[in-house]
Design a protein around this ligand. Structure first.
Ligand SMILES: Nc1ncnc2c1ncn2[C@@H]1O[C@H](COP(=O)(O)OP(=O)(O)O)[C@@H](O)[C@H]1O
Ligand SMILES: CC(=O)N[C@@H](CCC(=O)OP(=O)(O)O)C(=O)O
Length: 287
């Protein structure tokens, strides 16, 4: 009996958070480095489905960098990055699209649907969701088919959400030439959250949050301001794959997103732990 009462207490503890988020949009970015096992992935899909069932409007943006690299390797196409962005030749773009939209997107969609969610997979080409222009060379380096986001056409997301669907977005944009362009998934998540004026943006990654000392897992910062983030970038403490995440947080905060979080997606139920507990987990980036 005590166990049952304990379970009931846990459920009622979530009530204020459910009330606060009901009817609101939460954008969840599921990074490739967080996709470590089917078991953990199932708990993440359960969290997302549960959110939908309690009236929250979750929107998933996924990555898949490691899987793209694996497939390119299998096809003997070398992977080169500049400033964290994959230099994407025409040939590589075909593989990027195949892995992101054909494999990862559909895997997530089917997992959510298996759990009772009404998930629907999209990339930026569907209904021209993500319009891009070719990215200018950086330091003279031509990145090929990498896109810079010009516009997010949210209407399709709003229609889907209204009809109880869970949109799952692959980070591919459409260029003025109609071609597919590769986009960093963190950037897509930040832009989608900003365009929808989401209540929350959550990055699921492979570390507990932003560390004060990159080598020390115990040094995770629980709350950080935009100014402090810039300072840590200048000092070389926030580097590599963490940079597009914090930039996604900052951009979306500046455009009206209330709360942004960087959370460990390699532990079970990271979304529920973040949303439905007093302290939350990971790092919250605020104004
Ligand atoms: N200050 C920092 N605190 C925590 N992680 C950091 C920091 N600076 C850089 N990182 C790196 O960012 C990585 C997460 O980004 P990334 O590998 O691109 O993941 P994802 O696939 O989830 O997008 C971490 O594994 C870590 O190596
Ligand atoms: C331009 C660019 O670099 N695009 C990324 C898109 C996938 C991604 O961002 O995946 P993660 O979130 O798992 O890193 C890439 O090709 O790897």
């Amino acid at each position: 009996m005590d166990t049952l009462i304990h379970k009931a207490n846990i459920l009622t503890e979530a009530l204020p958070y459910i009330q606060q988020l009901s009817g609101k949009t939460v954008v969840i970015k599921y990074g490739g480095n967080a996709m470590i096992s089917d078991d953990i992935s199932r708990t993440i899909m359960q969290d997302i489905t549960l959110l939908k069932y309690v009236g929250v409007n979750p929107i998933v943006v996924h990555g898949g960098g490691p899987e793209i690299t694996k497939m390119l390797e299998a096809l003997n196409i070398p992977s080169k990055f500049y400033k964290g962005l994959r230099i994407t030749t025409k040939e590589a773009m075909e593989v990027v699209q195949m892995v992101l939209t054909g494999k990862i997107n559909k895997d997530i969609v089917s997992q959510l649907n298996f759990l009772g969610g009404k998930a629907i997979g999209l990339c930026g080409k569907d209904a021209n969701l993500i319009e891009v222009e070719p990215m200018e060379p950086i330091d003279g380096v031509d990145l090929g088919y990498v896109g810079k986001i010009k516009n997010i056409n949210c209407k399709v997301l709003e229609i889907l959400a209204r009809d109880e669907y869970i949109p799952v977005i692959a980070p591919i944009g459409v260029g003025p030439d109609g071609h597919s362009y590769n986009i960093n998934a963190d950037t897509v998540a930040g832009e989608v959250a900003a365009a929808l004026k989401a209540e929350k943006l959550i990055f699921l990654t492979d570390v507990d949050g932003i560390r004060k000392d990159p080598q020390d897992p115990e040094s995770v910062i629980s709350v950080i301001t935009v100014e402090e983030v810039y300072d840590l970038i200048d000092k070389g403490i926030i580097t590599g794959g963490m940079i597009p995440k914090v930039k996604g947080c900052i951009k979306s905060i500046e455009r009206g997103v209330k709360r942004t979080h960087i959370v460990n997606g390699t532990i079970p139920h990271p979304i529920l732990l973040e949303i439905f507990t007093d302290k939350g987990i990971g790092t919250m980036v605020t104004r």
